[in-house]
Design a protein around this ligand. Structure first.
Ligand SMILES: Nc1nc2c(ncn2[C@@H]2O[C@H](COP(=O)(O)OP(=O)(O)OP(=O)(O)O)[C@@H](O)[C@H]2O)c(=O)[nH]1
Ligand SMILES: [Mg+2]
Length: 335
């Protein structure tokens, strides 16, 4: 026997859509009533076979609608935060940050935007991008500190290549002069990129070199030894020497943080060196990029660059707000 269903919607289109969802494609609208709160439809779940049956059903439908209460205000569907929560879980986001993001998304539920976009906005506002403006006539020295194997040398090469391509005069300095092959590795990279390389056991000596350089490089990348506490102290001496020599230079220290490292190692790295920002490497080696970004956040280290592979000409990305959203909601940097 044909059943008659009542379906309410905000307007006719909404009610028709809901009728299709509730009753199926074979739904036949028999009657409708419009009121201030929206539209109510009386819908048959099977098509009447004869004209007589149709008019009988219409009569019943009109009677049902006449006795049904006024259409109440149909609540606007609230965007679901379940997808945001699931994606944050997949990227290894902490409970605390997840709750913060979900709360922000729920608070903006009536903006009519997709919850993932709202979550992306919130993440973009939480994580910070390192500002390292290069000034004309001043040598910018980027020093890369970090644990052994973090990706310092590779990142120095990636930055050198990027900046050379931008027309900057670039020099790479390695302070890792003890380890066998390290100076040769730097020289080979410099040759490949087409930039100057210098091996200096004590980076403070760079101040004299810059004072007498004509022309001075626009950018110097210092690749350190992998002992952040000692490297930090050596860079403090360099800062003093630059001031003594009156060298027009700004020293920016970036901690290199591998995304594949565990939380303990990351927290240790953040605690051992005082830096202006960080470079996140090895994002291609983990499906959980959130912990490294959260460590950077709690260590008050804005992110300058992110690396998702070893290739010096392909795997370096400037940090942006949308990159943070990509990583935490999609697990990787969109290409
Ligand atoms: N998959 C992947 N490998 C990387 C990345 N960055 C660097 N590597 C590789 O990691 C290894 C170590 O990188 P290095 O740049 O030599 O690391 P380092 O910090 O200079 O290491 P030490 O000088 O020993 O302290 C090399 O084989 C790199 O090719 C990255 O983002 N992803
Ligand atoms: Mg190295």
């Amino acid at each position: 026997m044909t059943r008659i269903h009542q379906v309410k919607g905000r307007d006719l289109n909404d009610a028709l859509e809901r009728a299709r969802d509730a009753v199926g494609e074979r739904a036949v609208v028999l009657s409708q009533r419009t009121a201030a709160g929206g539209v109510t439809l009386a819908v048959a779940d099977t098509a009447p076979r004869t004209k007589d049956e149709l008019s009988r059903l219409r009569g019943r439908a009109r009677a049902i609608l006449a006795h049904s209460p006024e259409v109440g205000r149909v609540p606007k569907p609230r965007p679901s935060t379940a997808e945001v929560e699931e994606r944050l879980r997949m990227s290894g986001t902490s409970q605390r940050l997840t709750e913060r993001v979900l709360e922000a998304v729920a608070g903006r539920a009536d903006e009519g935007r997709h919850p993932l976009d709202l979550a992306g906005d919130e993440l973009g506002a939480i994580f910070s991008v390192a500002q390292a403006k290069m000034r004309r006539g001043t040598t910018t020295i980027f020093a890369l500190l970090g644990a052994p194997g973090a990706g310092k040398t590779t990142t120095a090469a990636k930055l050198a290549l990027r900046l050379s391509k931008a027309g900057k005069r670039v020099a790479i300095v390695t302070t890792d002069t003890h380890r066998v092959g390290s100076v040769e590795q730097t020289k080979a990279l410099g040759k490949h990129i087409g930039c100057t390389t210098i091996a200096l056991r004590d980076p403070a000596k760079l101040a004299q070199a810059l004072a007498s350089a004509e022309p001075a490089p626009d950018v110097v990348l210092i690749d350190t030894t992998g002992r952040p506490a000692e490297d930090g102290a050596a860079l403090d001496r360099l800062a003093e020497a630059l001031a003594l020599e009156n060298v027009e230079a700004q020293l920016v220290r970036f901690l290199v943080l591998p995304a594949s490292a565990n939380n303990e190692a990351l927290a240790r790295a953040c605690a051992t060196a005082t830096c202006d920002g960080c470079v996140v490497t090895r994002l291609d080696e983990t499906e959980r990029p959130a912990p490294v970004l959260e460590q950077a956040l709690s260590g008050k280290l804005p992110v300058a660059f992110l690396c998702d592979g070893p290739a010096i000409d392909a795997h370096l990305h400037r940090a942006t707000e949308s990159v943070f959203a990509d990583l935490l909601l999609r697990g990787r940097i969109a290409r």
